[in-house]
Ligand binder design. Structure first.
Ligand SMILES: Cc1cc2nc3c(=O)[nH]c(=O)nc-3n(C[C@H](O)[C@H](O)[C@H](O)COP(=O)(O)OP(=O)(O)OC[C@H]3O[C@@H](n4cnc5c(N)ncnc54)[C@H](O)[C@@H]3O)c2cc1C
Ligand code: FES
Length: 264
């Protein structure tokens, strides 16, 4: 069950200058938005959120940002090359709420895109904030617009859409309209601020957390969070807002591969 499947890369879609989506034929059973795969380059493994799943075509995809050693090697691969995948793992987003605001920051848009695609398939009412530092780093905007999703863009430098942090835009949208659920993935300081905004507006919220993962199946304890000891790979990566209140390290620090704390 936890042995990687070695699969051919069926298609590669370039999303922006640093992010590529790798698509595979998939007969590994059901996958749900918010779940992740362990991607193995035959040397090491990294967790990657499922960004794309088409149960009809039998395809699955992960969107990978080129930030370091493994992701750089993965970006050098071509269609037809092979990759190891194990999973899917983790607790997904719950499809709940009648009007949803989904907020993705940077590569955090990957699980938000999978969530949005599934929510649209189910006929849920939602709007999406796509946020990035600059316009060229925005992810999936055209794909979302093709699906007729109402998209708000926010860029830190004002090169596209709202100029400033997506938290300010989210607060405004929640004031102006009647949303009852907020869903998000992105940098943790952004999620921490969104969590507080959702609390102030008294609406439910779900957030996808990132922690260093080794086993991804709840055995090694590498991804445990203070104070509860919940394993992000098993009890998460998606947590409800009311659960985040109990994760005392949320928005303040995380651990590296040796367990050493680093301030966010
Ligand atoms: C549940 C989950 C889902 C993720 N989904 C995606 C995704 O959809 N797309 C994507 O591009 N990335 C995703 N990541 C991050 C990804 O797993 C890697 O951490 C990241 O791509 C760095 O890989 P690297 O080896 O190339 O970089 P490195 O050279 O190892 O390091 C680059 C930076 O990433 C940090 N880092 C490295 N490994 C980890 C790790 N396992 N956990 C946390 N931080 C780490 C390092 O401290 C450093 O700051 C996800 C992480 C988690 C936990
Ligand atoms: S990565 Fe091993 S318990 Fe989560």
């Amino acid at each position: 069950m936890h042995v990687p499947k070695v699969l051919e890369i069926k298609r590669i879609e370039t999303e922006n200058p640093t992010v590529k989506t790798f698509i595979f034929d998939w007969d590994g059973g059901e996958v749900h938005p918010g779940q992740f795969l362990m991607v193995w380059n035959f040397q090491d493994e990294k967790p990657m959120s499922i960004s794309f799943a088409d149960p009809v075509a039998g395809e699955i995809g992960v969107s990978i940002k080129n930030v370091g050693k493994i992701t750089n090697q993965l970006h050098s691969l071509k269609e037809g090359d092979k990759i190891g995948l194990r999973g899917p793992y983790g607790r997904p987003f719950q499809m709940a709420g009648s009007k949803i605001l989904a907020v993705g920051g940077g590569i955090g848009m990957a699980p938000v895109f999978a969530f949005t695609t599934e929510a649209i398939r189910r006929g849920l009412d939602l709007e999406v904030i796509c946020a990035a530092v600059t316009e060229e780093e925005l992810l999936y905007v055209e794909k979302l617009e093709e699906m007729e999703v109402k998209v708000h863009t926010a860029t830190d430098d004002g090169s596209c859409g709202f100029c400033g942090f997506p938290t300010v835009l989210a607060d405004k949208l929640l004031q102006d309209d009647d949303f009852d659920m907020l869903v998000s993935c992105g940098p943790e300081p952004m999620m921490k601020a969104l969590f507080e905004i959702a609390e102030n507006h008294n609406i439910s919220s779900q957030f996808s957390l990132e922690r260093w993962m080794k086993c991804a199946v709840g055995i090694c304890g590498q991804c445990c969070v203070d104070d509860m000891g919940w394993r992000v790979c098993a009890e998460g990566p998606v947590f409800w807002g009311h659960e985040l209140r109990l994760i005392t390290e949320f928005g303040s620090y995380r651990r590296d591969s040796s367990g050493t704390r680093h301030k966010l």
